[in-house]
Design a protein around this ligand. Structure first.
Ligand SMILES: [Zn+2]
Length: 69
């Protein structure tokens, strides 16, 4: 599925949350990095980190298995 990372760190942990296209937040992001298609959130989060966002983290709603804090 497709993933987007929030460029804003407006959550308590100060992380860049990564959302998939089935998340309600996906379409609400205004300042985001389009990560494209990934088969799972681990791949999407890693992609975001490699693109310069070491604080990328899975959304606790849509990607709880990738949510660390
Ligand atoms: Zn989400």
């Amino acid at each position: 599925m497709n993933y987007r990372m929030n460029k804003n760190t407006n959550n308590p942990g100060g992380n860049n949350e990564v959302h998939n296209e089935y998340c309600k937040h996906y379409y609400q992001l205004v300042n985001y990095l389009d990560l494209g298609y990934h088969s799972n959130c681990h791949s999407a989060v890693l992609d975001a980190k490699l693109k310069g966002y070491p604080n990328a983290d899975g959304c606790k709603v849509c990607s709880p298995e990738c949510h660390t804090e």
